[in-house]
Design a protein around this ligand. Sequence first.
Ligand SMILES: C[S@@+](CC[C@H](N)C(=O)[O-])C[C@H]1O[C@@H](n2cnc3c(N)ncnc32)[C@H](O)[C@@H]1O
Length: 392
Amino acid sequence: MPSYHQEPVALNPAFRESSDIDIIADEKHKLATTPPSPHISEDGLTDLDKSTLSHRLKTFRKSFKYLHDLTEKQVDDFMASYVIYNLDWADEKQMIAALGPDYKEKVGECLKAYYGVLNHLCALGDVEKMYIPPLMSKKATVLENQLMYERAIAREIRIQPGDKVLDLGCGRGRVAAHMATISESQVTGINIDPNQIGQAIAFNKEKGLDNKFVVQDFNSLPLPFADHQFDAFYQIQALSLCKDLKALFKEIYRVVRPGARVSLLDWVSLPAYDPNNAEHVELMGRVKPLIGAVGTPTPEILEEALEEAGFVVVKSENASVGGLQAPLIDKVDIYFRAVRQLILAGVKLRMLPYHFKTLINRLCLDGEAFVKMDKMRLISTSYWVVARKPEA
Ligand SMILES: C[S@@+](CC[C@H](N)C(=O)[O-])C[C@H]1O[C@@H](n2cnc3c(N)ncnc32)[C@H](O)[C@@H]1O
């Protein structure tokens, strides 16, 4: 049996048979009672930390080398790609004015230039999986919170051993590896960025996992899959990059079997956000580029698009304890600020090429605006919607 971070566990059959309300209650109880770090040894590291530490060092070195060897064009394209985060799918006129009539393709090019570099920048920190998870436990690290949340997804979409699962915007295939391991399923990941797909294939192969990874832009439909091919579906923080949510959800509806469950974790603007409030608008203008969001859906937009595709929404809530992600955003922000200081010193001493300064300065911009918006409950990147496709 392949191993990845934690031992494979079959999902609790009692959990699978519970009603939706029981599942939510059970999940909340588990979150409240799960000790975040069950085995803390004398050196203060958890078993989980120890199993991932050597892997983390290896990844850090690889990504550092990749960033070191970036060409001038790659750096320029990365910086130029930020143009898309000042736009919004909802304002097509503005999109066309900035990018031209073939703006969908232009956005795709920017996404590749952006993620091709960003995934390596993220790998320098504790966000090799490029998402800040819902806050499940304040005492746990970002990675532990990710692992806890991914287990919650597996339970919620009721993955069974042998199931085929689709992961949209699959990053470097780390979530897919964890998911396949804990549930003994096979995950297919899609991603617009060949660089991440290459890493996902290598990583999953190294772990002995039979997961599949395909380069595919989810704004280019149809998806290359047969009807009813998958038993379950999840995506983590990729939907703001989708031009047409309704069309995408219709495609997902087509490729999952009747009775399948789907899980979306994403960035949303919340009811307290007021587009006529100058402070809110200014904060939004800083946070969208920081988190790399093009669209700004609301929970209602996600729900309506799912329902129009034929799904039945069974859960729609902020998955962070108390509805706030700020403690985790702070952790990531503080870490990257420390990395930034080291990088700036390295550049000053001419030990690192200058482009490291350009990249890290861009990455570290506006972390505090993200924390502020989260605390004001204007936005969240931990909004969780679960839906099911009715039985035929
Ligand atoms: C913010 S990251 C989300 C974290 C990611 N799910 C993970 O596991 O690391 C967004 C992911 O979606 C991918 N992506 C962005 N736009 C896409 C598109 N149009 N089609 C397919 N994948 C896309 C990115 O390359 C990136 O891997």
